[in-house]
Design a protein around this ligand. Sequence first.
Ligand code: URA
Length: 234
Amino acid sequence: MASDEKNQNDIINSELINSYKINYIFSDKPINRFKIKPKVEDKSIELKKLKQEIENIKDCQLKDSAGKLVFSDGNNQSKIMIIGEGPGQKEDEIGKPFVGDAGMLLNKMLSAINIHREKIYITNVVNYRPPKNRKPESAEIIRYANFLRKHISIIDPKILILMGSTAMESLFGSNIKISKERGVWKNIIINNKTYLCMITFHPAYLLRQPDQKKYSWIDLKEIRKKIDQLKIIL
Ligand code: URA
């Protein structure tokens, strides 16, 4: 067969390709689409694996004194992810975040900006209840931050809402004050990806300091505005 004739029948027409003056690299390896957009099943598998990793944690005072592992609640496909501090008594009994008094207030805060809780994804900085509801210690926050960062990468939200100083500390460190940092949009890079993030007061803090609700309302309206700007459908 003459070489011209062969070229005409090639699947890859090398003459045509050469005419584009581009250096092509052909590979028969499959494209890694998971990196571009995790599929629903991939996400569920990754979340299961992460849950298992947390269940396997050793030498942890939180785990040893707690009842249930509190992993998350809500829609794992959501573009909005909320991060609280850690489970309280009710969460520890039921195994879901924000089901006690703070959770009731959180539900009302979300409803006030027209968000149904089940449309978003919720987790905590630590996944086991601290003894006597104490604040998680810095070493605990750092230890669980590895899990939290993985959790965020798997969910891959468009907006992250950090509720309270513990959530803020977990991702931004302990040298900043929530009263100064709340209410403004920040970027945070996690595993090479930038996330839009808002720090705001924790509902449990608002139950203790109701006079601070006016600031929380400003933050909530700002969150709603961003959801609309980004055309996020909930
Ligand atoms: N407070 C939190 O931060 N998380 C919960 O799950 C409950 C109360």
